[in-house]
Design a protein around this ligand. Sequence first.
Ligand code: ADP
Ligand code: ZN
Length: 742
Amino acid sequence: MYAQVALPVSPRRLFTYEIPPDWKGPIEPGQRVVVPFGRRSLPGTVVGLQESAPKGVRVRRLGGSTGELPRLPREILELTRWAAEYYLVSWGAILEAAAPSQLYVRRRHSLWPGPVSGERRGLEGEILHAVRARPGLRPETLRRRFRSVDLKGALARLERKGLIVRREEWAVPQRRATPRKLDEPPVQAESATVDHASKPFTLTREQGAAVEKIDSAVEAARFEVFLLKGVTGSGKTEVYLEGVRRAMSLGRRALYLVPEIGLTPILAGRLQREFGDGLAVLHSGMGNRQRAEAWKRVMDGSAHLILGARSAVFAPVPDLGLIVVDEEHDPSYKQDDFPRYNGRDLAVVRARLAGVPIVLGSATPSLETVYRARAGKMQLLELKQRIDGRPLPEVQIVDMRRELGRGAGRGPVLSSTLIDSLRETVSNGAQAILLLNRRGYASFLLCRACGKVAHCRHCSVGLSLHRQEARMRCHYCGRVEPVAKCCPSCGGEDLAEGTEGTERLEEELKQALPGVGAVRLDSDTTKGRASFVAQALRAFEKGEVQILLGTQMVAKGHDFPNVTLVGVLCADQTLGFPDFRAAERTYQLIHQVSGRAGRGARPGRVIVQSFAPEHYAVRLGASQDYDAFFEKELAYRRGLRYPPFRVLVQLILSDRQAQRGFTRARQVSERVKRASGGDLCVLGPALAPLSKLRGQFRFQILIKGTSRRRLNRILTDVLENLETERFPLHALTVDVDPVTTL
Ligand code: ADP
Ligand code: ZN
């Protein structure tokens, strides 16, 4: 018997391996295996079995015993295969993203005497001696023995000369039983505000109607896509949970996707209290062991509700009954590096394969989703009222051009209107949220004499000023430099600060409202740690601080009933991005953060500071007028032939050498043009808006088509041909349905 194996390597094809006669246990499609590949070994997945081997190829045998490796269910095989074809990547790569091999195998290296005999002197001689004395020695042992810096180099030389050979093995780690815990300690029930009691509510009429529709699809185990479009504070979470409870009561399981788990510790705590050990949390930020534990509980069925970020769409949940995708518009559902899949869209495919309903929820659904709902491809469930008929907040837009006109020179970040409202809010015992979607102190330093900006050496962006740590930072590659005292170009000492960031806002806030507690939430204060985010959000929830300020992190679905004021600063800053989704992103951000105001008994107020107050994304975002925004934005997309009217694929060719990169990009675009026979609109190559990143020049090709199937077939052909011609495909990023075209 022979097995067809999908491997996470660039070739798009499958590989055939012979199943050894002494193979232990059954072998079926979905079985994870480790196979020899060239001089290495690789983790892979058996995707098919056949009686005979293909002619004229040397077929190798499946290696080792992999009896303890998991077997992926059929549903996941089908889902990943679909994803591989749709996103134009190898099946093996998607399988690796779906079930990362480091969750159940560890790679180990061992050193053996090589075929060449001979002696060496010095360090090399000592290593050689050690390996001959103990064949199979681990490099770590050597590293401990020789704390010399050049061990790696010496080993490489010995290997090159054939005096030593290195073998790679994959071992199944012995798992110690560890007490299961959530990524975050759950919120203690007593610390939660009384509005947050975790008992089921009496549903509102609108909630009830939505639940009824979802329930009937859950009961019938029928594939159906629901779009739950509910204004902010309309109680969408409760609708999802009713569906989850229904599925569970039928002995089925539910998958609940959120954009970023780290930003929803309060939801996680709530689910933990309600579902206890039945809850499993899955996301890529967890350590391997924690993740492997959670994965195991998902696979063996002991978890009934699986809460996770985008990669959880691949969780091997048996007996699925319902899928929920909260905040379906959120760009974090798109994986921003290889393989670039969209967790929300795959969730719909998964629901179809599993034959179960899926609920996509949002107050600001993406244009594509609403467009599909209008075309009858999903069922629209609307919640038009806030809970208890609470009003949407009152909105005021402050024109910063006028505000600054009054003072001299660079004005403050906070307008006097906003400061007055903050004072009033705090003195009333209420809380406020301030959004400024840029971290650091200022976006750049500009020389007033020559007009030059201090740039990152590796990227085509200015270095941001971080005053507290007294550094300049590149927000794209992370490069750190000391703060420039004078212009690097002309030596001028008069440096102007660029657009302000959260650090500057915090400083101004301290001066304007001394003694008022504020907590800042951005990736500088949280350092990427979920526990820091949870800490900040909990301090705010308990009322220990009155003001929560930060980047887009403060705009995510938080529910703090005591917030009566929301301030949006530099509301228009994302509008300037040369990206066809700039208006949609700006709109969503403003609408979402505005929706945090007035969710409790007291009415809310929103103050939006803007230099472009007349822009529809700003105006309509602040008044949370989704339908008006939708019409306007849709007309714009239609005019420029962007999604949802066209299928869009972005190709980025990266190269250290600009000329070579451009030549290769042109080669690719010519290919696509020729293959499409004029059917596709191929734009570029042109320098991408972010023209250089991490030292690589970036050339962009945008491909628009009317038929997904046709575009997909053409690109598959082109990529396959390029591959056979040994075109360096690793330099080419293929992004199907890009969420950004920067
Ligand atoms: P959304 O996600 O639509 O913005 P949430 O799901 O966060 O809104 O709900 C807003 C608030 O209303 C939450 O505090 C929630 O506990 C509460 N809530 C939801 N449904 C009801 C209900 N039927 N009766 C009373 N309160 C409710
Ligand atoms: Zn950089």
